[in-house]
Design a protein around this ligand. Sequence first.
Ligand code: ATP
Ligand code: MG
Length: 387
Amino acid sequence: MHIHGDWFRNADTQSVCSALTEAGYQALFVGGCVRNALLGTVVSDIDIATDATPETVTMLGENAGFKVIPTGIDHGTVTVVSGGIPHEITTFRRDVETDGRRAVIAYADNVTDDARRRDFTMNALYADPDGKIIDPLGGLADLEARRVRFIEDPVERIREDYLRVLRFFRFHAWYGDARAGIDPVGLAAVAENLDGLSALSRERVGAEMKKLLDAPDPAPSVAAMRATGVLSIILPGADDRTLAPLVHAEASLGIAPDPIRRLACLGGEDIADRLRLSRKEASHLASLQSASDLVKSPDVLAYRRSYAIAQDIILLNAALLGQNPNPDDLELAQMGAAARFPIRARDLMPEYQGPALGQRMKALEEAWIESGFQLSREALLALPDES
Ligand code: ATP
Ligand code: MG
């Protein structure tokens, strides 16, 4: 069985593989690129596993004229850039011991050991440079059934790295069979091993949660997180009751998923801090949390904040009410976002100066907003000053 795709057939990627194979080493595509190629979805990054040490990969890569970056040299990863495409090349590894947050690793000489230190069977699929699949642990059958299953003993996998708990829910949301539901064995192991979650770094938790909430429908995964007790540890105070209605509302208008909108829907304490959101994400979230009282007039909301905020508030409010969002509200928001106040300060000068000028501008803008952005420049300038 073979994978197909331009992403690995191209000369740039093939020449990275050749640099390894012509020196007698293996070069195997692994992880998301193989999984997604088999599913027929987009391949965004290329991971390659090899039996060459990172030093050897660096030497071979540089000799072949590629830029080599020691991205994760302490866990065996270097990035080889060819034709502008980054290839993350990781030496075969096996887990030796663990502190529960990060597996301590040693290099391995064979692909089966390398497969056994990964998280889920569908993520332990390999392909050689010709695209021929290598499946050391039976991941292919699980992928075909869209079963997200921990490799071997779920409890051991979780205790080696608690981030895998969050990855379990994330991969189920993206690649699992929604009708079959989440693997019950994995779920039981999660529920019995919650202790290590609070020690995870906020950066890792935040990155995982955003990827989970970016899935087309994360609601079943988040419900399972709540039921197992994971949600209240990761996001104390979060409530997923309106998440499924939000996903439904988004779909009804054909609006793409957005992790921050979905976080606003879940709520909870100190979200931005707990998930180490960027400044921009935190400010969007704060706007959604503070703007809900303005929901009656999407045009005003869009004018004052932005179209994106107004759209998100419309969706969140529909979810809260359990109703379909009104497409007319989106149109109003578009109108509000495009509206431009027709008065400039110089139009009011020299009659108005200093603070009085600011006050007059503000009063006219209010009157203009009040009119549904309809009053013309002339009509506004003719308004009597009642202050
Ligand atoms: P995507 O890039 O689409 O999120 P991916 O499967 O490529 O999905 P990555 O986080 O890029 O996920 O990791 C690449 C591969 O490395 C995974 O497929 C998996 O085999 C392995 N891996 C990553 N993180 C872990 C982890 N915490 N525990 C075990 N294996 C992991
Ligand atoms: Mg990846």
